[in-house]
Write a new protein. Structure first.
Length: 307
């Protein structure tokens, strides 16, 4: 049985992470770290005000880091060095250097480090990779992913427009997931170009970002994310020399490819398959879908897109 502690009681934690841990048969929610103990009172588990206190408990096996981005690296490194396995929210860190130190801490501790790129667990994303490898669209040449929405920087997620806490705007928040999907499909990124600007909202982070990534064999990925569109988009398509794979919306179940159409819905709790995979990696030594090593490549891309 893996005893988990969760750092932070926010929307994702309460809706997905804690239910996911409690649904996983080899896991137990052991405790929560929060500055507001009242938020965790209904959970019926141990509550600590600081991570320092929580990590002194020898019963703790795994830590889920669900805090703002600027805390990811220090809390992950501290937990790994205390001998705990860590599953961290995305992106890994505020920059490539921080992500690299996280990798080193995992290697030195011998503990497992995973990152919450849960779209790797989508059945249709895994099926798309299989189709590409089978040559269903010939030689892949370009993949396009867009995510457009409206976010004025107010409300409960206002911290996302504070660069000291979030690192960046939609590049960090929503492009990171899509960059990781490209890395999952096409492997190690080779070259990156990016454009970031503020067109509508003039908060302290960008309100849009466009990233172009080149992979081995010449395939290019283009990710365009915007917080200034009142027309919502969640598009994903992969074009090859002999056809294309359409996965729009990325968060939906439909997968269309030459000669076929499949309906492959994701788990009702998007975080559950990722948590299950992480536990299998820790307990059984099975491959980790979103490892520290693979997730580092997303931070590598993001850093170059900002230059």
């Amino acid at each position: 049985m893996l005893n988990w502690i969760v750092i932070g009681i926010g929307d994702i934690t309460t809706r997905r992470v804690i239910p996911g841990i409690r649904a996983e048969s080899r896991s137990r929610l052991y405790g929560v770290v929060t500055r507001d103990p009242e938020k965790a009172a209904h959970l019926g588990v141990k509550v600590w005000a600081t991570l320092d206190e929580a990590l002194t408990d020898s019963e703790v096996n795994a830590v889920y880091v669900a805090t703002p981005v600027f805390l990811h690296a220090p809390q992950t490194i501290q937990s790994l060095r205390a001998g705990k396995h860590v599953l961290c929210e995305k992106p890994m860190a505020m920059n490539e250097a921080g992500a690299r130190i996280m990798l080193r801490a995992a290697e030195e501790s011998g503990r497992t480090l995973g990152v919450a790129y849960y779209r790797r667990c989508y059945p249709k994303v895994q099926r798309a990779r299989e189709l590409i490898e089978q040559g269903a669209i010939g030689k892949p040449v370009i993949a396009e992913l867009t995510n457009h929405s409206w976010f004025d920087g107010t409300g409960s997620r206002s911290w996302l427009v504070d660069p000291a806490r979030a690192g960046g705007g939609p590049l960090f928040d929503i492009a990171s997931h899509r960059i990781d999907v490209l890395n999952f499909l096409f492997g190690k990124p080779l070259r990156v170009a990016g454009q970031l600007s503020n067109v509508v909202h003039h908060y302290d982070v960008e309100d849009n970002a466009t990233v172009m990534i080149e992979y081995d064999g010449g395939v290019r990925g283009v990710v365009d994310v915007r917080w200034h569109s009142k027309v919502s988009r969640d598009e994903c398509r992969i074009r090859g020399t002999e056809g294309e794979i359409e996965m729009s919306p990325l968060n939906g179940p439909d997968l269309i490819y030459p000669g076929g159409r499949e309906n492959l819905p994701s788990h009702s709790n998007l975080h559950y398959p990722m948590i299950e995979n992480f536990v299998s990696a820790v307990v059984e030594g099975k491959p980790l879908l979103a490892s520290g090593e693979s997730s580092f490549l997303t931070d590598w891309v993001t850093e170059r897109a900002r230059r």
